[in-house]
Design a protein around this ligand. Structure first.
Ligand code: FE2
Ligand code: FE2
Length: 171
């Protein structure tokens, strides 16, 4: 544990920061797996573009899990050790892909990103001016999650527009 580093945290219980970071840590692993498996099972129109995006997001979520785990350790905590705990600690849950169509996969993923944005925005509010290091980390992740939502929404819009055009041409 970084003793001097942790002494600069003011107005917050370190154990509360660790608890919240562990919840985000669970979210990141579940998000990672969700993107990983979505990229494997996805079907339908323009799926190659979607696969590239989903694989990129999977890599980003795993990088986030790394960042959060390192911060938990710096604070003197222990990142969740058992994957079973991901389900009891998660904020955003896990959206099992039931319909493999590209449109519903993207819908599920957009929902996940919106939840992640709320979580990291809450963590930024919690740590602002109190725990500068965690604030910096959660702000970086928040910026990525905002970009993720935007990328998925843009792809979703392109694909649904393309489908509408095709239907128009058929009729
Ligand atoms: Fe993430
Ligand atoms: Fe994300």
């Amino acid at each position: 544990m970084a003793r001097r580093g942790n002494s600069i945290i003011k107005g917050l219980e370190i154990s509360d920061i660790i608890t919240e970071l562990n919840k985000a840590y669970a979210d990141e692993w579940l998000a990672y797996y969700q993107y990983f498996i979505e990229a494997k099972v996805i079907k339908g129109i323009m799926k190659d573009a979607a696969i590239a995006e989903l694989e990129q997001h999977a890599a980003d979520e795993l990088r986030h899990a790394n960042m959060v785990a390192d911060r938990i350790l710096q604070l003197g905590g222990t990142p969740l050790l058992n994957p079973k705990d991901w389900f009891t600690h998660t904020n955003c849950g896990y959206e099992e892909p039931k319909d493999f169509d590209v449109v519903s996969i993207l819908e599920d993923s957009i929902k996940g990103e919106q939840c992640a944005i709320s979580v990291y925005s809450g963590l930024a509010d919690m740590t602002r001016d109190k725990d500068i290091v965690t604030y910096d980390i959660v702000s970086q992740i928040l910026a990525d999650e905002v970009e993720h939502e935007e990328d998925l929404q843009a792809l979703f819009d392109d694909i649904t527009e393309f489908i509408t055009d095709i239907k128009k041409n058929i009729n």
